[in-house]
Structure formats: C-alpha cells, structure tokens
Design a protein around this ligand. Structure first.
Ligand code: AMP
Ligand code: ZN
Ligand code: ZN
Length: 312
C-alpha cells in the first residue's frame, strides 16, 4: 500500500477517496478537506475568531487542532454537563489538549454555573436526556460566542453524523429539519454563525487523525445517549458504504447541492423577541434554557449573575 502523494509506505486507506496516505500526507489531506469545506460553504473569513465546542472526543479535538494549524484564532469551549465520570473525563481531555497546544479553553459547568445537570434535567422533565442536553449546549454555545466576540461556533459533527441525521430525516421526510441540515447556519440577530467544518471527513478518519497526531481523547460514547436512533442509521450507512465507497459523501453532499434549497422556505423566521432573563432571542417571555433552569435548579443555587439579570 503506497501513499498517493509520495509513494512511501501508506498507513491508511480511504476507499471513498480511492487513496492511501502516509502519516504526513494523511494529516495534510485532513487539513485540506477542512479548508475545502470552509471555503465551499463560506464558513470563515481568514481573520474570523472561532469558538470550537469541544467534548473531549476525537472529532472536536481534531477539529480544534486542524483549525489552529490552518491559522485560525480558535478558542475551545467545554461544558461540564454533570454526567458523572464521563463529563469529568471529557473536560480533562479538553484541558490537556488546550495546555499542550497553548490554546485558550473557556469552561462552563452546568451545575456550578446554572444549578442543575443533565441527569437532573432528564429526571425533572421526564424527557430523554439528549433533549435537555442539546438545548443547554445550543444556548451556552451561543452565549459564549457572543460574550467572547467570536464570529462563529464550530462543532465537531462529521460526515457520518450528518449523513445519519439526513438519513433519519429523509426516512420520515421531516422537512422542517431538512431545512436545517446545511453545514453553516448564518448569524442572525442574537445568534452567532454555526459551522460544521468536518462535513467532508468521516469518523474513521478523525480517529486516525487523533492517533497519528498523538491527541488523547475520550473513546466512550455518552452513557445517556445509549439507544439513540442515529446509531442505527450510522450502522445502516456503514453497510452501504462497505459495498459502495463514497455513498455517504454523495448522499449528504448531493443533497446539499441538489435538494437543500427546496426546503429553505420552511425555516421559521425569528420575530425579534428576547428572553426577559438572559436576553437570548426567544418567542416566549423566557427562553427554553431559562425555563429549564427554573424547573431544575433549586432557587438557592441560581447563580448570582442570573438573579441580577432576571431582576431587570
Ligand atoms: P454530540 O451532541 O455529543 O454528538 O456532539 C456534537 C458536537 O457538540 C461535538 O462534536 C462538539 O463540538 C460539541 N459538544 C458536545 N459535547 C460538548 C460539551 N460537553 N462541551 C462543548 N461542546 C460539546
Ligand atoms: Zn506520503
Ligand atoms: Zn433565557
């Protein structure tokens, strides 16, 4: 097996790209795929500051590493979700990466800063943990980027993630969700831009990237996400990919090219109202995150800054 670029011994084969690479050219390939996605979808201008949401997993740490190497001013952002040892370990990996690269890491802890954690929210709302978790992450990403003056929030969603979500949404023709499948959501009043620069790279590539770059990451999946339907969709797409390399890429990227536009009209416009507690854009008097805080956090633990904001 020879590297496509230098003909030296290859360490990885990528059937979807009909290519094999040595370590050096595999790293260059990953960087160029991220650069290509950023360019194609106009995700970032060269001097945009970007906030990378890091979970301590392979995708977000690889993304952070690549953005720094591409020359972006990229700060990390990690949320302690309070999911026992899993959350402690994921924060620890984010910290050690930041230290090793001399990068800035911004930390928020759900329990310490907002008085609740994901398991409490799941029990209190009697809904799957992923819904309170996703809601909290989206809210805190937006807030951190706006406070930090970052042009965009980058997440580590990769091609496998996006193809699996697209698969689920097309299976059921969830047209409202299809409208939000682009790897970039432009900034709007009160919301920063959201970007997914790994949409040209799969899970296997990201794991290999971390190994060859010596990046330690949390391997375990979130214990609260067990049974998540996306895992089934990923397995199904992996079967197809084995038979027909490049299918995942074609499925997702041809959707963007040929079909995504048809669903645009279905995105709901925001009416300009704001949450009376945190000032985030919200259709209701208080936003979904503040409602969750109110429901899950014992009043005594409501952080000072929230109390000050809510008394306005
Ligand atoms: P998930 O929702 O766990 O599939 O993660 C999707 C993306 O969200 C990751 O690639 C990260 O960019 C981001 N993310 C997940 N968990 C956290 C966390 N605890 N703190 C900050 N960002 C996170
Ligand atoms: Zn090579
Ligand atoms: Zn709010």
């Amino acid at each position: 097996m020879k590297c496509r670029v230098c003909r030296g011994p290859a360490v990885i084969d990528l059937p979807a790209h009909n290519a094999n690479f040595c370590v050096e050219h595999f790293v260059a390939f990953c960087r160029s795929q991220v650069a290509k996605a950023i360019h194609e979808f106009r995700m970032l201008a060269p001097d945009d500051r970007v906030l990378v949401a890091v979970s301590g997993g392979k995708d977000s740490l690889a993304l952070w590493d690549i953005l720094l190497d591409l020359g972006y001013e990229a700060d990390g952002f990690v949320i302690g979700l309070g999911i026992g040892e899993y959350s402690e370990t994921s924060t620890a990996y984010a910290r050690s990466f930041a230290e090793a690269r001399g990068a800035k890491l911004i930390e928020v802890d759900l329990r310490a800063d907002h008085g609740f954690d994901v398991p409490t929210a799941a029990a209190e709302t009697k809904r799957p943990a992923c819904s309170a978790c996703g809601l909290s992450k989206r809210h805190l990403f937006d807030r951190a980027a706006l406070e930090g003056g970052h042009a965009a929030v980058a997440t580590g969603h990769n091609l496998d993630d996006e193809a699996a979500v697209l698969f689920g949404n097309t299976l059921r023709w969830n047209t409202e969700y299809l409208a939000r499948q682009r790897p970039i959501l432009p900034e709007r009043d009160g919301f920063p831009r959201k970007i997914k620069p790994l949409v040209r790279l799969g899970e296997r590539e990201m794991a290999a990237y971390c190994v060859v770059r010596g990046i330690d990451y949390i391997v375990e999946e979130c214990p609260m996400a067990a049974g998540n339907k996306h895992l089934t969709y990923k397995d199904a797409l992996n079967l197809v990919e084995l038979e027909s390399p490049g299918s995942k890429h074609a499925f997702y990227h041809q959707f963007l090219r040929r079909a995504a536009d048809s669903f645009d009209a279905e995105t709901t416009a925001h009416d300009g109202n704001r949450c009376s507690r945190c000032d985030a854009p919200s259709a209701n008097e208080i936003c979904a995150f503040c409602a969750l805080v109110e429901r899950c956090a014992p009043p005594a633990e409501v952080p000072i800054d929230l109390r000050a904001r809510s008394s306005r």
